[in-house]
Design a protein around this ligand. Structure first.
Ligand code: SF4
Length: 622
C-alpha cells in the first residue's frame, strides 16, 4: 500500500494540510521577488541541468489557485465570447481540451480586420485504445455534428476531435461521457491515456496486460469534482449525471495528485517483450511483462522516457527510459503510484521546459530514483530480469485471434479519418462499425483494428473498403504503413511547419525511389512532426523529419524499429523540397554498404554521423 504524504487524511483535512504545507509556500515564493540561485550542474549522463530552484512557474500558481481545476471555466462557458481566458486555457487541458485557431485562415481574417477563428480540440481517454463499435460511431456522429467533420486517431491510442466551437464544448464532452468514455486527463499535468498493445487474442497473458492497463488508468486518474460539475451536471435539474467511468462522488478531492497535480504531463504504457508496438521506452513509466510458464509473473519497470525538446534550450533533450527494477503483478499499481509521487514531489516546478520526469531521472540517476521509489513504497524492489523488448508488430491486416474469430487492422494514414478525394474513409469506417458491431481497438501507430470478426464476414470487410475507395492495409507500401505524422498545421498552436499534410507526398516520392533500389520490402519507421515537441515519437524512429523552421526540417536517423534507441541528427534545416534527395542518398548508401540482414536504423547507428554524412554528400554531389 502506498502512503501518500497527504493521502491518509479526510478530504477537507488533506486539502488544508496540502494547501498549508505545499501550495501556499509555493505561491508565496512565487510572488516574492526572491531570485533563485540557478547554478548549472551536470546530470548523470552529462547533460547540463538547472539546480533546484524554489520559484514556481506561472502554471503552478494557476493550478494551485484553481480550486481543483475549476478556475473560472464555468463563467467563461456561460459568457458570449468565442475564446477562453489565458488561465483557463491551462486548466482546460486537464479536462481534455485545447483551444486552437485555424492557422490557415489567420492572414485572410487579419486582412478583413477580424480576429482568429478559434475552436477547441477535444481528446478522449481510452485506455489501451479499446472501445465499442457504438462508442466509435458516436465519435463519428460528434465530429460531423459538432466538429469539423474529421477526426484524428492519435499516437496514444485515442481520438481527437477538432473544430468544436466554444458554445458546443459542453455538449461535446457530455456526449462523450454519455457513451461511457471520458476526456478527463487526456491532456494536462497528469497521467495521460495509458497505452497497451492493442492486439486481441484469446490469451490469458493479453487479459492480464489489459487488466493492468485499466487498473493504471483508474488508479492514476485525477478525482477532481470540477470535471463533473463543469461538464456532466444536468443543467435542467442540477443533478450530476450518473455515467459509466464517472461514478466518483463530486466532493472527493485528489489524494494522489494534490492541488498542483504533477509538474508536467506523465505517460505510461504496458507491453510484452515480443511486441513493443507502443514504444514503451518513450514513456515516463513503462511496464515490460515478464512471462514464465505461460503466465505474467511481474514486470520490468522502466522510467524516464520522453520525446519533447526545445532546440534553442540546451538543457532539454529527448530520452529513452532506463531500466529501474522488477515488480510482481501485485506490486505494479503501488509502484506506479510511488513513481508518480516521486515525480510529484521532486520534479522541477520552476521551469516547465525541464519539468518532465526524464529530467529528474537524468539529474538523479536511475539508482537514486529507484531508492526514492522504494522509500515511498516502504520496501525494496528486485532487480530487473533479463527480459526486454525484442520485437514489434503493427497488427495490420488479417490476424487470427485464436478463438475462431479474426481481427482486421486497417491502416489509417496519419490517423486522419475523413471523406475526401474519392476516398470515403469515414463512410467506410461507419459502415464497417455498423455491420460488424464488435470491438474496435486503436493502435499506437494511428490506425485501428476491427476485432471479433467471424469468418463469413471477412469478405464483407473487403467489399466495404473497395466500394468506398479505401485501400486495404495489404495495399499499403511498407514505408507508408510504418509512417506517422502529428497534426501540426493548421490547428496545432505549437507547429512550426507541416507534418500530417506533408508526409503523404514525401512518401509518394520515396515509394518510387525505394522500389528502384529494391528496398520496398524493407521495414523501417519514418515519422514527421511539425515541431520538436515529438508527438509522433520521432526520436526513436529509423528516420525522423522534425520541423525546425517554416518548410524546413531536421533529419534524424539511427533510431530503431524496436523503439529502444535514440536517433541522431543527420542533417539540419533541410527544406521540404530537398527531403527526398537527402533520403534517396541515405537509402542508396544503406543499400550499398549494409551488412546482411542489417536494418536501416542499425546501419545508420553503426556507420555513425560523420561517415554517413560524408557518404551521402558524395552521392548528392556526384
Ligand atoms: Fe504540434 Fe509539435 Fe505536437 Fe506536432 S509535435 S502536434 S506540431 S506540438
Amino acid at each position: 500500500m502506498v502512503h501518500c504524504a497527504y493521502g491518509n487524511k479526510q478530504p477537507g483535512g488533506l486539502r488544508r494540510k496540502y494547501l498549508r504545507e505545499v501550495v501556499r509556500p509555493l505561491i508565496a515564493v512565487y510572488r516574492s521577488d526572491m531570485l533563485s540561485t540557478r547554478k548549472s550542474v551536470t546530470d548523470s549522463v552529462g547533460h547540463r541541468m538547472p539546480n533546484s530552484t524554489p520559484k514556481p512557474n506561472q502554471v503552478e500558481v494557476i493550478k494551485a489557485e484553481s480550486d481543483w481545476l475549476a478556475g473560472t471555466i464555468q463563467s467563461e462557458l456561460e459568457g458570449d465570447g468565442d475564446q477562453f481566458a489565458k488561465d483557463s486555457l491551462q486548466l482546460l487541458k486537464f479536462h481534455g481540451t485545447y483551444q486552437q485557431d485555424d492557422r490557415d485562415r489567420r492572414i485572410e481574417l487579419r486582412k478583413l480586420g477580424k480576429g482568429k477563428a478559434f475552436s477547441m480540440m477535444i481528446r478522449c481517454r481510452i485506455p489501451g485504445g479499446r472501445m465499442t463499435a457504438e462508442q466509435f460511431l458516436a465519435h463519428l456522429d460528434i465530429c460531423e455534428m459538432l466538429g469539423n467533420s474529421t477526426m484524428k486517431i492519435t499516437t496514444r491510442q485515442t481520438i481527437q476531435l477538432h473544430g468544436v466551437v466554444k458554445r458546443d464544448l459542453r455538449e461535446t464532452i457530455q456526449r462523450i461521457n454519455s457513451i461511457g468514455l471520458s476526456t478527463l486527463a487526456a491532456c494536462g499535468d497528469v497521467n495521460r491515456n495509458v497505452m497497451c498493445c492493442p492486439a486481441k487474442r484469446a490469451d490469458p497473458i493479453r487479459d492480464e496486460l489489459n487488466r493492468l492497463t485499466d487498473d493504471l488508468a483508474e488508479s492514476l486518474a485525477p478525482r477532481t469534482p470540477a470535471y463533473q460539475e463543469l461538464w456532466i451536471k444536468d443543467e435542467d435539474n442540477g443533478e450530476v449525471m450518473q455515467v459509466a467511468g464517472n461514478r466518483r462522488p463530486a466532493e472527493s478531492v485528489e489524494p494522489l495528485y494534490g492541488p498542483t497535480y504533477l509538474p508536467r504531463k506523465f505517460k505510461c504504457g504496458v507491453v510484452l517483450p515480443e511486441d513493443n508496438c507502443i514504444d514503451v521506452y518513450t514513456q515516463d513509466l513503462g511496464f515490460i511483462a515478464v512471462v514464465r510458464d505461460g503466465a505474467i509473473i511481474g514486470y520490468n519497470v522502466i522510467v524516464g522516457g520522453g520525446m519533447g525538446m526545445t532546440p534553442s534550450s540546451k538543457k532539454t533533450f529527448p530520452a529513452i527510459a532506463q531500466r529501474m527494477a522488477f515488480c510482481t503483478t501485485d506490486q505494479a499499481i503501488d509502484v506506479a503510484k510511488a513513481v508518480l509521487l516521486v515525480q510529484r514531489d521532486n520534479g522541477d516546478r520552476s521551469d516547465r521546459k525541464v519539468a518532465r520526469m526524464k529530467y529528474l531521472v537524468a539529474r538523479w540517476g536511475v539508482e537514486r530514483f529507484r531508492k526514492e521509489v522504494e522509500s515511498v513504497l516502504g520496501y525494496e524492489l528486485a532487480n530487473c530480469t533479463e527480459d526486454d523488448v525484442r520485437g514489434v508488430d503493427d497488427h495490420m491486416g488479417w490476424q487470427a485471434q485464436k478463438d475462431g474469430l479474426w481481427s482486421y487492422g486497417l491502416c489509417i494514414e496519419n490517423g486522419r479519418v475523413r471523406d475526401a478525394d474519392s476516398i470515403d474513409l469515414k463512410s467506410a469506417l461507419r459502415e464497417l462499425a455498423t455491420t460488424l458491431g464488435t470491438e474496435i481497438r486503436l493502435a499506437g501507430n494511428q490506425s485501428l483494428i476491427f476485432c471479433d470478426i467471424t469468418s463469413n464476414l471477412r469478405s464483407s470487410v473487403t467489399e466495404i473498403l473497395n466500394r468506398h475507395g479505401v485501400r486495404a492495409s495489404e495495399q499499403f507500401s511498407l514505408v507508408r504503413r510504418y509512417s506517422m505524422a502529428c497534426v501540426a498545421l493548421p490547428s496545432c498552436g505549437l507547429a512550426i511547419t507541416e507534418a500530417e499534410r506533408r508526409l503523404p507526398s514525401v512518401i509518394d516520392e520515396l515509394e518510387t525511389s525505394l522500389a528502384k533500389l529494391g528496398l520496398n520490402a524493407d521495414r523501417f519507421t519514418i515519422r514527421m512532426t511539425g515541431c520538436p515537441n515529438g508527438c509522433a515519437r520521432p526520436y526513436v524512429a529509423d528516420v525522423a523529419l522534425v520541423g525546425k523552421a517554416v518548410d524546413c526540417y531536421t533529419i534524424y536517423v539511427g533510431g530503431s524499429l524496436l523503439g529502444n534507441r535514440l536517433a541522431f541528427i543527420h542533417r539540419d534545416m533541410v527544406h521540404a523540397e530537398q527531403i527526398h534527395d537527402e533520403l534517396a542518398a541515405l537509402f542508396t548508401v544503406y543499400k550499398r554498404d549494409r551488412r546482411i540482414g542489417e536494418c536501416l536504423g542499425d546501419f545508420c547507428h553503426r556507420a555513425g554521423s560523420d561517415l554517413l554524412m560524408k557518404q551521402c554528400d558524395e552521392i548528392l554531389n556526384a
